[in-house]
Write a protein that binds this ligand. Sequence first.
Ligand SMILES: O=C(O)CCC(=O)C(=O)O
Ligand SMILES: [Fe+2]
Length: 252
Amino acid sequence: MKQEPIFQPYKFGEQQKAILDRDGHFIFPNLLTPQACERLTESLSHIQSLASAAVKGHEPSRFSAEYDEYLESLIGHPQMLELARKILGENIRYDHCVGLNRPGGNQGIRWHSHGYSEDHPSLGFVRIFFYVNGFDVDDGGLKAVPGSHLYRDRKIHAPTDEDLRKGWLAGKTHLITHAPLEILPLSAPVGTVALMWTHAAHAVSPRKPDSDTRWCVVYAYRNPGRPSGARWISEAFEQKPIAGAEGLMSLY
Ligand SMILES: O=C(O)CCC(=O)C(=O)O
Ligand SMILES: [Fe+2]
């Protein structure tokens, strides 16, 4: 069955890949088609509606693709896999699909990084964020530290920008450009797709109380070879045949 496109035409060649590898993140403004945005908004509203009845250990927000057919169908969508393989190369596995809806008043998330294969840097792990209705700076907005991913530090933590500057960032420079590392608040128009290497320091600012819900979902893929802490896939889901995702669901 042919799937509807999710992305507008885009270029992600050597130059764009080099920017991702230098900064640790890469933003495609307006990449999602209007139709995909509509379907995603419906699916993410559905995930949101399940939140109050969440089963502990198998939450709809953490196992989102297991609770929504459209979200499931994107795991093996040809355009999704093409993009994931432009980043990671041929040999990839699916890792997780997490709903990141942030209603007005949501507190955002503190500075952190994630881990994968610290001992074997050629194995990559990338998050592909779909910011369906986008976000403004300081309104449920993603922030990053370009170059932080090159340290491959899985344990970056700080409650505020100030704490990060005084702590982990102090005295650190970019390992390629040698510029001092700095916090970069991002903004994203409707339909933005953001790529991020897993070791990049990132945080999300609180959503303003009178803002609407920020609709967002993330799909993560990796090169197999190491255990993965964020691999949220139930046993039943790992066995489920999903079009296009054959061979992608196992850990190794
Ligand atoms: O909500 C966001 O924009 C980012 C959430 C996050 O830190 C993650 O999925 O790793
Ligand atoms: Fe994160």
